[in-house]
Design a protein around this ligand. Structure first.
Ligand SMILES: [Mg+2]
Length: 216
């Protein structure tokens, strides 16, 4: 049995900028700084890491993340309601196929509450038994053992872990956690960058790559 750890942004779905817009709106509403996230890199990051960068670029003392996240969530919901999110090809079929082969779970830099809103928006939140989130660590490389511990605590059996993500940071976190790394080209990372990160498997998307994923 396998613990399947799916990344969200760029792997399961893309929100069409809803996440970044909602963070910008929340930051401006609280601190009066517009477009605080415009120059922050999001790919493969965690929300705490992204937020720390925004404070630094705004030349502000970092404030506790809680108040920003609280302001972010309703704005995220409103942005998601505009219908810009797309689910990437093959995601539904991959979840259907990996579910009987182990545990479908999440490994994402999103805070859990943000992850829930993004996935519920496309009807996928209840497809995952558990997850490791930005709440657990600002460092993505910490998250594989967090997910594994949660799965064991939930009484789930597995003999290996597979991380499915869209950036070199996902591949690095798989390596750091002793997991198998599967990269998909549905996010922002270039083929060259993903090839250079040396995943065990590099897929165009989860539709054309499903047989290879299941054959791992
Ligand atoms: Mg991603």
């Amino acid at each position: 049995m396998t613990l399947w750890l799916y990344d969200i942004d760029g792997t399961i779905l893309s929100t069409g900028g809803a996440g970044r817009s909602a963070l910008n709106e929340a930051f401006e509403a609280l601190y009066g700084v517009p477009q605080a996230f415009a120059r922050v890199s999001f790919a493969g990051r965690t929300d705490p890491g992204i937020i720390a960068d925004a404070f630094q670029l705004a030349e502000m003392e970092p404030r506790p993340h809680g108040e920003l996240i609280e302001a972010y969530l309703p704005r995220l919901e409103r942005r998601l309601g505009q219908g810009t999110t797309v689910v990437h090809p093959g995601v539904h079929a991959a979840l259907d196929a990996t579910h009987p082969m182990g545990v479908n779970a999440l490994l994402t830099g999103n805070m859990e509450a943000g992850a829930q809103r993004k996935l519920a928006d496309v009807g996928l939140w209840d497809r995952f038994a558990l997850g490791a989130y930005g709440d657990d660590s600002p460092f993505r490389n910490d998250l594989v053992p967090v997910a594994e511990t949660r799965a064991r605590q939930a009484g789930r059996q597995f003999s290996r872990t597979v991380v499915i993500g869209d950036t070199p940071a996902d591949v690095a976190c798989a390596r750091a956690g002793g997991a198998i790394a599967v990269a998909v080209l549905t996010g922002w990372s270039s083929r060259e960058a993903l090839e250079a990160s040396e995943p065990d498997l590099l897929l165009e998307d989860l539709e054309s790559g499903l047989d290879a994923l299941l054959g791992l």
